[in-house]
Design a binder for this molecule. Sequence first.
Ligand code: ATP
Ligand code: MG
Length: 396
Amino acid sequence: MSRSIPPKYVRHTLIRLQSRGYQAYLVGGCVRDILMGRQPNDWDICTSALPHQVMEVFPTARPTGLKHGTVTVYINSRSLEVTTFRSEGSYADHRHPDSVSFVGDLHTDLSRRDFTMNAIALPVDGLIRDPFGGMEDIKNGIVRCVGEPERRFEEDALRMLRALRFAARLGFEIEADTMAAIEKKAPLAAALAAERVRDETEKIMLTAAPDRVFELVRLGLLDAFLFERAEHPAPFAALRRIIKKPMERWVLLALILLEQGAIHSVEKFLSSLRLDSRTVRCGEDTGEILQNELPESPYKWKKLLNSYGVASVSCAVRCHDALHGGKKYNELKAVLKSGECFSVKHLAIGGDELLELGLRGRELGDMLAFLLDYVMEYPENNRREVLLSLAGTSED
Ligand code: ATP
Ligand code: MG
């Protein structure tokens, strides 16, 4: 283990557990990432110490997932999760083990983990423990289940989506038996909570290979949210051409699925996956905006911005460019950068000034709309005196 990886507080935790006579290893994603020369997201330790024993060793630790044997250890201002070696009972709901029992050996703990590359343990000194050939699979760029794939996916259907997520993130292929098991067990994904499916799908879409989300569709892992499966992978490549932000990628995914007849409504698709209301609205607006040609003049851009707001118009234009290869987003950016008015809020006069002029109710609303339309066409005239005189009277 090198001196700088893992950081001192992590080494310190491992050493303290060991010095009290417990086994302690780095495990899971952080080991995989170290072996691949990537920066780990977080640090996970597994240990033979029972949760109360971990808390004895680290008196400031908090039991954060006691049911699963997880205790969070705080060192200075840093925290990390320490989990007791465990095995899992049966999985009646294809997601959560019905029971968890603590065990004394590392091998049992590693064997409950999902993929060989995530089932490698690294002690602070001594030999790396890799009973399922994870290092070889990492070297060959392969995602392979620990144990018998069909059974592992029956236990927890989320693992099928995780397999695709790791493949997309790391640029790996899925090993043949693991893939065959996904093909067979994909219907079990229908039992997963929509939020879990959303999170895994989003993580795939935020990798450097977002178009691999097509594999989720092809394999049937999104069937619960689709009218039918999309058949053509090529349109998914557009996901590579749009900004790497969740909202834009979700909306574009929905448009691609709509285009292929895999869904009937962008809005329903996004809300069934429990996307936030802003994303759902943006999806709905984008669908509407792209039913017409995009604007050709600043005036028309401003009309569109006034109707839908900056977020929806930007998202729609980005989707348009990703799908059709245009440069309309540059035009939109120029309009936004000009600072020209496209909303009543930014008119040089307000409703109260029109009230003072004696305008009321509908008349007042109509006047604001008229002035806004005028200013959108003649931005240089967004000046108080001009607008007051247009409103029917001059200041004096
Ligand atoms: P990331 O870098 O995205 O955090 P990770 O491999 O650390 O990837 P986590 O979800 O943080 O993934 O889980 C930590 C470890 O716990 C995994 O590496 C794996 O060993 C184990 N694990 C997580 N989820 C499952 C699961 N559903 N089934 C089996 N083992 C799992
Ligand atoms: Mg992790």
